[in-house]
Design a protein around this ligand. Structure first.
Ligand SMILES: Cc1cc2nc3c(=O)[nH]c(=O)nc-3n(C[C@H](O)[C@H](O)[C@H](O)COP(=O)(O)O)c2cc1C
Length: 255
């Protein structure tokens, strides 16, 4: 428990505002589950309570928690874990609509999230397979959640958040960003990666993002093979600009 308290304290210092970190993040990564933390903890509700209480008690900022719906489909204890979290003082709860055993297979189910909504009063974020404004609206309606959390659909498409916000506010679909708008967002993202990670690590980390941004776009494969060949930030930026400039000249981009 001391480790959890210390981890909470370190997070509080690192992130001003709130704590949402691996210590209170009951996820399914093998490296986490194999040491009996993350979503493996969902099997031991008493331990979840002690850990969450320890972290909440160790920091002065709000602590949020993310869980799956249970350990496996026969043990969907998400409602009980959610009550434990609320009783321990967790400020908001995010729920991925799959069990730990589901990994990413099948489709997320939202019934358990809806049941959790009925069981607790703290803000609830629904998560899993939300990839469009319409899906976000449908999940909010089906679950009664206060918000949605987006993972994979934001990879290479960070404007999905404003698309969803616009749709929820107006019922209308925002036009897809132009190639030049995508270029500018991506260039800003690359520059942030270089400045945060340093040039070499930044260029390498950027490759997967470049692939996501160019996914489903013309000449994606050719672009990736050229842009992945460099370890130089300036070259990566130039190739990226050239690619999107060419796309802008030739055709509008579909979302
Ligand atoms: C690259 C990547 C990293 C992730 N890292 C974490 C993590 O550290 N902790 C966690 O609880 N979930 C993590 N997830 C899971 C997501 O938060 C989310 O629950 C899951 O992807 C389902 O949402 P989605 O369908 O919107 O992607 C990660 C997902 C991806 C794609």
């Amino acid at each position: 428990m001391d480790i959890m308290r210390n981890a909470g304290n370190r997070c509080q210092k690192a992130l001003s505002g709130y704590v949402h970190t691996p210590p209170t993040n009951l996820c399914r990564m093998k490296k986490v589950c194999n040491v009996y933390s993350g979503s493996a903890l969902l099997q031991d509700e008493g331990l979840v309570a002690r850990i969450v209480e320890a972290v909440v008690g160790a920091v002065e900022v709000p602590v949020t928690l993310k869980i799956r719906t249970g350990w496996n489909r026969n043990n969907r204890n998400g409602v009980r874990i959610a009550r434990i979290a609320e009783d321990a003082g967790i400020a908001a709860l995010a729920v991925h609509g799959r069990t730990r055993a589901d990994l990413y297979q099948g489709e997320a189910e939202y019934e358990t999230i809806a049941a959790i909504r009925q069981a607790i009063r703290i803000p609830l974020l629904a998560n899993g397979d939300i990839d469009s404004p319409q899906k976000a609206a449908a999940v909010l309606k089906a679950t009664g959640a206060d918000a949605v959390m987006i993972g994979r659909a934001a990879q290479g498409r960070p404007w999905i958040f404003r698309e969803i916000a616009h749709y929820l506010a107006s019922g209308e679909i925002l036009a897809a960003p132009s190639a030049l708008a995508v270029r500018d967002i991506l260039v800003g993202h690359l520059e942030d990666l270089y400045s945060f990670h340093g040039e070499l690590a930044g260029v390498r980390i950027a490759r997967k993002h470049l692939g996501w941004y160019a996914r489903d776009r013309a000449e994606n494969a050719a672009f990736r093979s050229v842009v992945n060949g460099t370890d130089c930030a300036q070259t990566q930026l130039r190739l990226t600009r050239d690619y999107f400039d060419r796309l802008a000249d030739s055709q509008p981009l579909a979302a």
